[in-house]
Write a protein that binds this ligand. Structure first.
Ligand code: HEM
Length: 499
């Protein structure tokens, strides 16, 4: 009996192994250079085991090749890594119509709101979700947000001063979370929050569960959403935790009703929602249409919160290692303030060196280190014989391109002068993909740059920043999730410039 059991188990494993290996020759048959997969996990075992992040693995694959494109495998699925700059541009921009969607699945049954956010939404609904957000990023809107952004940055400065009295080193990511929340909640929903002063702020509470990697199941779902979309039902993939969804659903409806009662226009996201509610006659808080409204409120929060706060923390981390760069930023601020009395929306663009520092930080540490697209219809890669079938997934290594010495000599060096050239678009072509390019690129780019400039300028103007004694000078990236997030916080030491 026991022999029969062992034999059946062995047979089962053999069948499973051969099933999972059935695609192993996929790239070979098409004459595409590829990395040989290992059994079951393809080339992504490290990612499934959370030893490496998706971005780190894609970077490793990118670094190991000089080919214009390279095949690899995630589980049994063949993926194509695109490295050639012209091909990247074709996929993201010129032939965008054939590559409209990302690779994540849609799982509305388990998370009807999360998958409606434009980042995860599919064509054609994705366009509607994106278009509704665009009015938030016009110049006049940015300008009207400017003073409140500065006030939020000022409150962060005060919080740093207070912490300096009681604590030596400061964990900067936590502070940046707060200032980012204040900025975005005020800009998008016209709610004034004071996260540094307020105890138990509901928005700060929600950030703690939004990307909470300590909740293992949620962490697993968010990572596997990208690398194992086929398990969407089995693992009941959700982008958002139920508590997050409930919080934003209630917030959306409350804000809508209040705004309707107030009958005023504030030029924010809630105005946009009021218009949609009216034009589509949305009366039921629990309807699909109401879910779409909530998805817009969440998209604005999720899109900006982690990206902006983490990238600013990377910026302060790099500046803490570059005292000379801090001096140059300070000189630049003094020059603008001496000329105009104050930093304004109009003269912010004169802080050119600061902008170069931020661009350089985002080259070194892109928050989304890889881009992914699915081929929507049969497509011949331009200039090659290779035909991609419908459903073929392609990856692009944002960090690989940014660390390629061919495009960025001495790539590990923090060197803002790389961005001195006026015609940056021409110079860097599609090697600089921190915000993506093409119709699905980040719509919040300008909003992010303005907030990061204001926050960083105010800190560097007032403090000299150094790495805390026990802070490693190399960033350790969390292998969980799909965004590049620092492991274990970033500790900095602040000294007052006036003293
Ligand atoms: C430093 C800050 C930020 C970085 C580095 C960043 C980067 C990115 C990247 C790389 C993408 C994907 C692009 C692609 O696939 O081609 C993206 C998409 C997106 N970002 Fe950002 N982002 C930032 C801030 C923001 C902000 C402030 C918002 C405001 C709401 C935002 C909203 C979005 C949305 C909605 C998408 C999905 C766009 C679509 O699929 O149509 N991001 N972002």
């Amino acid at each position: 009996m026991i022999f029969l059991f062992i034999f059946l188990l062995f047979l089962l494993l053999l069948m499973f192994g051969s099933y999972m290996s059935r695609n192993n020759h996929f790239w070979k048959k098409r004459g595409v250079p590829y990395i040989k997969p290992t059994i079951i996990f393809g080339n992504f075992l490290d990612v499934f085991l959370w030893r490496k992040s998706i971005g780190q693995k894609v970077l490793e694959i990118y670094k190991g090749t000089l080919e214009p494109y390279l095949g690899f495998f995630i589980l049994d699925e063949p993926i194509l890594l695109i490295n050639d700059l012209d091909l990247i541009e074709s996929i993201l921009v010129k032939d965008f119509n054939q590559f409209r969607d990302r690779t994540t699945p849609k799982n509305e049954e388990f998370d009807p709101i999360g998958f409606k956010m434009s980042f995860f939404e599919k064509s054609p609904m994705w366009i509607t979700a994106r278009r509704r957000l665009l009015p938030l990023f016009t110049s006049s809107k940015m300008k009207s947000n400017f003073e409140q952004m500065k006030n939020s940055a000022k409150r962060m400065e005060l919080a740093i001063r207070k912490s300096m009295e009681t604590r030596g080193d400061i964990e900067i990511k936590e502070m940046l979370n707060k200032v980012t929340v204040d900025i975005l909640v005020n800009s998008f929903y016209s709610i004034e929050t004071h996260s540094f002063e307020e105890k138990g702020s509901p928005f700060i509470g929600i950030t703690k569960i939004l990307f909470n990697w300590k909740a293992i199941w949620h962490a697993l779902q968010i990572t596997y959403l990208f690398i194992a979309p086929q398990f969407k039902r089995l693992l009941r993939y959700k982008v958002l935790d139920q508590e997050v969804t409930e919080f934003f659903k209630k917030l959306t409806w409350d804000l809508l009703i209040n705004r309707e009662e107030e009958n005023v226009k504030r030029g924010d996201l809630i105005d946009i929602l009021v218009d949609i509610k009216k034009s589509q006659n949305v009366t039921d808080e629990y309807s699909r249409e109401a879910d779409f409204l909530s998805s817009l409120v969440i998209a604005a929060f999720v899109g900006s919160y982690e990206t902006t706060s983490t990238t600013t923390s990377f910026a302060l981390f790099e500046l803490a290692k570059n005292i000379e760069a801090q001096k140059l930023i300070r000189e630049e601020i003094t020059k603008v303030e001496t000329k105009s009395g104050n930093i304004t929306y109009e003269n912010l663009k004169e802080l050119k060196y600061l902008e170069r520092c931020l661009l350089e930080v985002m080259r070194l540490h892109p928050i989304l280190p890889f881009l992914d697209r699915t081929c929507n219809e049969i497509y011949q890669l331009p200039g090659t014989e290779l035909i991609l079938e419908k459903g073929q997934k392609v990856y692009i290594s944002v960090s690989g391109l940014g660390h390629n010495p061919k495009y960025y000599p001495d790539p590990s060096k923090f060197d803002p002068s790389r961005f001195e050239n006026k015609n940056l678009k021409e110079k860097f072509k599609s090697t600089y993909l921190t915000f993506g390019i093409g119709p699905r690129a980040c719509p919040g780019k300008r909003f992010a740059l303005i907030s990061m400039k204001i926050i960083t300028a105010n800190i560097i103007k007032n403090f000299e920043v150094k790495l805390a004694k026990n802070q490693s000078d190399t960033l350790k990236i969390n292998p969980i999730g799909f965004l590049a997030q620092p492991m274990g916080g970033l500790f900095l030491k602040f000294s007052d410039i006036q003293q």
